[in-house]
Design a protein around this ligand. Structure first.
Ligand code: AMP
Ligand code: ZN
Ligand code: FE
Ligand code: FE
Length: 275
């Protein structure tokens, strides 16, 4: 049987709800040989997951999903195979955390001004183990307080891009995100391009050092996948894939929901060695 890898997973070290132990258990149940932890703007969940997987035989790769923004669009760049124990690497890839904190305080302020005045920053902060605080944490609080019936409505009514309480603070461009990942010895992959919708930038991102495209992503038709396979071939990029599992914070996906052949992991490793 071919070994399978899910290369896009969040834990409660960013905006997922699962602990490292739960992620490893889900990976085991899904029959995966390898998983990559790709929390938003933090490497904090990597080591605990490696520890949690020790007796499972499941290989855990260091990953990160770096936030950036260009022309008003949020662009996520996945980084793989950096040294999670290196202090400089942790700092470089965690630089967005500070701005996430100040941004969340601004969002809460906006909500308060909009009349949702029973929410505090501290309650949102209590939803995560790390500083990588994000809108899904706030959405959970809004649901728990009965302000909205579900997460989707929290985004639609208040938090989505362009909604009344939206604040974007990610000043870093995707070019800078790629540069940081590469300077840390990592492999840079454009996350879920079918959602991000910046295909016209792909040639310039490749010039900036982009190594791969996440063509395999849940709930996409074969025609979409084929389109990105074609783009990857054209630009000589590695094709990756993963579930983007967030535990119960994201519906319609879970660990192993999307998995790729282990050969892709070998391609990532070969690329990292060249860095
Ligand atoms: P942030 O990093 O704080 O900007 O939050 C981004 C995360 O919010 C994404 O990774 C998704 O998990 C989630 N998200 C973004 N838009 C929506 C939406 N319309 N509905 C539900 N979740 C969303
Ligand atoms: Zn997320
Ligand atoms: Fe993403
Ligand atoms: Fe993600």
């Amino acid at each position: 049987m071919t070994k399978k890898a899910d290369l896009h997973i969040h834990t409660y070290y960013s905006d997922g709800t699962s602990s490292p132990e739960e992620v490893v258990e889900d990976a085991r149940a899904a029959g995966l040989s390898c998983i990559a932890i790709t929390d938003h703007d933090t490497l904090e969940g990597v080591k605990p997951t490696i520890e949690a997987a020790k007796s499972s035989g499941i290989e855990v790769l260091c990953g990160v999903e770096v936030s950036s923004s260009i022309h008003g669009k949020d662009v996520h760049v996945l980084g793989y195979l950096m040294d999670y124990d290196d202090e400089k690497t942790r700092q470089k890839l965690g630089v967005i955390q500070e701005s996430r904190i100040s941004r969340m305080k601004l969002i809460v302020e906006k909500l308060n001004q909009l009349g949702v005045d029973n929410i505090t920053y501290e309650e949102v902060k209590a939803k995560t183990q790390s500083n990588s605080i994000g809108r899904p944490h706030l959405a959970q609080v809004l649901v728990e307080k009965g302000v909205v019936p579900d997460i989707k409505e929290a985004f639609n009514r208040y938090l989505a891009d362009g909604a009344p309480a939206f604040v974007s603070v990610f000043k870093q461009t995707p070019y800078e995100a790629i540069k940081s990942i590469k300077e840390c010895g990592g492999v840079a992959v454009l996350a879920h391009p079918m959602i991000t919708n910046v295909d016209e930038l792909i040639p310039s991102l490749v010039e900036a050092g982009l190594d791969g495209l996440e063509a395999y992503y849940p709930n996409n038709g074969q025609n979409v996948i084929n389109y990105y396979l074609g783009l990857a071939k054209k630009h000589n990029l590695i094709v990756t894939g993963g579930s983007d599992a967030h535990g119960s914070a994201k519906k319609n996906t879970s660990v192993g929901r999307m998995a790729v052949d282990y050969e892709i992991v070998e391609s990532l490793k070969a690329k990292a060695c060249m860095a």
